[in-house]
Design a protein around this ligand. Structure first.
Ligand code: G6P
Ligand code: MG
Length: 210
């Protein structure tokens, strides 16, 4: 029986893909590193540090740890400026209704995101107070596909993994949900994942039928 749903944030509640792209692109251009939307797609659900390593696959020189930190800081400073433009109109279609329906049926809702900017984003889109628990990049030591982010959310919700569903747009997130023994609902790119249990469109039916 599903008693709670943990939502990934970027790409599920709000589309920040393009903002991440713009910010990484600015950094890559500065460093003369090839970067395109295809590479950006590989960064979904991946931590900031791990994302940089993927981008640096195309770099023509080696970077020290100090230089890498400067690059992620440079990207994040610009990304946070871009986040200032977010409003509640950026909540993805259908999400507000789904969150309300779940809560009306006493299903707990939480955020399980790899982003260290999750709380800022939730405040900008005016959803910060709606969730029973928020677990994000500031609470975890291992990023998806490690299940840590979802297991911490389960503890905060005081629910067992077997009673939880996860909604994800990244394959790494679907893998993390399955490793956590939760039911995985896929949206966006993650729909191609073989490990998903259902598509996001089935969420309300599956949860309320249960
Ligand atoms: C989400 C996004 C990733 C991003 C990660 C870290 O999982 O899908 O693309 O790299 O969060 O985000 P942050 O805001 O901490 O840089
Ligand atoms: Mg995502």
């Amino acid at each position: 029986m599903i008693k709670g749903v943990i939502f990934d944030l970027d790409g599920v509640i709000v589309s920040t893909d393009n903002l991440h792209y713009k910010a990484w692109k600015k950094m890559a251009d500065k460093e003369n590193i090839e970067f395109n939307k295809q590479i950006n797609n590989r960064l979904r659900g991946i931590s900031r540090k791990a994302s940089l390593e993927i981008i640096l696959e195309k770099a023509k020189k080696d970077y020290t740890d100090v230089q890498k930190k400067e690059l992620t800081d440079y990207k994040n400073t610009y990304y946070r400026q871009l986040l200032e433009t977010l409003t509640k109109d950026d909540i993805l279609p259908g999400i507000t209704d789904i969150l309300n329906t779940l809560q009306e049926n006493n299903i707990k809702i939480a955020i399980g995101s790899s982003s260290k900017n999750a709380k800022k984003i939730l405040k900008k889109i005016e959803l910060y107070n709606q969730f029973a628990a928020i677990t994000d990049g500031t609470n975890i030591t291992q990023s998806k596909p490690h299940p840590e982010v979802f297991l911490i959310a389960a503890k905060k919700l005081d629910l067992l993994p077997i009673n939880l569903a996860v909604v994800e747009d990244a394959k790494s997130g679907i893998l993390a949900a399955k490793k956590a023994h939760m039911t995985a609902f896929a949206t966006g790119n993650a729909k191609n994942s073989q490990e998903k249990d259902y598509d996001f469109e089935q969420l309300i039916d599956v949860v309320l039928q249960d």
